[in-house]
Design a protein around this ligand. Structure first.
Ligand SMILES: [Zn+2]
Length: 129
């Protein structure tokens, strides 16, 4: 069964991003290393995304909402969100992921609005800003 994928705005995400059930998944490629990222986000680059689907599922165990984004959330973000959603449906995931979402305007929109940005080098950012 196909899940619906909804969009979330930057201001909505700002309010809910620290909720323990939410994971933010950055699917940009090299840009993450020089443009910074949303604090607390995970990095699963789009170019190796399919290979890492099981790892992503494992890394987000216990989360019920995954928010995907790329730079603009126009191509890579929606594509990876769809792939992940299909994957979860295919394996009949019982781990409880209910919502797959896409951050409107992506990282660039987030940063342009002056929202908190982290520049650590971890693939799984633990910084809280
Ligand atoms: Zn960080």
């Amino acid at each position: 069964m196909a899940r619906s994928i909804r969009y979330i705005t930057g201001s909505q995400l700002l309010n809910v991003r620290r909720h323990p059930n939410i994971a933010i998944v950055d699917v940009r490629d090299d840009e993450r290393s020089y443009d910074g990222h949303i604090a607390g986000s995970l990095h699963f680059p789009s170019d190796t995304f399919l290979d890492n689907l099981p790892t992503l599922l494992e890394a987000t165990k216990g989360k019920d909402t995954l928010v995907f984004h790329c730079a603009l959330s126009q191509v890579r973000g929606p594509k990876c969100a769809r792939r992940f959603s299909d994957y979860v449906s295919e394996i009949n995931d019982e781990m409880g992921i209910k919502n797959v979402m896409i951050l409107e305007r992506g990282y660039n929109g987030w940063e342009a609005s002056g929202r908190p940005v982290c520049r650590c080098t971890n693939n799984a950012c633990k910084v809280e800003l």
